[in-house]
Ligand binder design. Sequence first.
Ligand code: HEC
Length: 191
Amino acid sequence: MTPTHNQPPSEDPIRPHEYDGIQEYDKRLPNWWLVTFYATIIFWVGYWFYYERAQLGLSGPAAVEAELSQIEAAKLASAPAVDDASLWKMSRNPVFVDAGRATYASTCASCHADKLSGGIGPNLVDHLWIHGGTPTEIYNTVSNGVLVKGMPAWGPVLGGKKVAETVAFILSHHKEGDPIEKQEAWTPPSS
Ligand code: HEC
């Protein structure tokens, strides 16, 4: 109980236990420590709500994925190679597909319908193609149009990158290796 050295006796109470002749004061934790401690609890609640409960923040792997898509999109856009492999690659990149979806909605949906199921122009999600269903064939159809049948040439209007994005969006409804069948002509639905 009595302090061993010549220190003034502490105001703090002594805890009741004793081990090997050692006793300890019941000291109040310093304010800076308590503030940090309660701050971590408040932070935890916010963190948990943002990432786990409301899922507003991207999880680690998803954030990396999004970042990689951006990098890949930048690479593809800087050298928009028009070959089957590159167009399939674009069709799996959400950055490209989202850009293509926007162009499709504003430029193509009026004739090919919102769900690409066809209207004035043919269905773009089935396996039937009039002008060929490989990525490069689709790209060429979109770029050059089929003027006599009422499909405008979009290459000069949209430019290569936007055409590629829109083709990527169409391809995102297909899988590499899907069957491609020849259709002679498109008959618009009567409704
Ligand atoms: C004014 C109406 C119209 C608009 C707008 C239009 N198309 Fe078309 N599209 C057509 C018609 C009509 C055809 C059918 C051509 C034919 O019969 O040979 C067609 C054909 C196509 C084909 C070929 C389908 C096949 O079976 O081979 C593709 C691909 C296509 N359009 C994509 C697009 C894209 C992408 C856009 C927007 C950038 C677009 N079209 C905008 C009318 C349109």
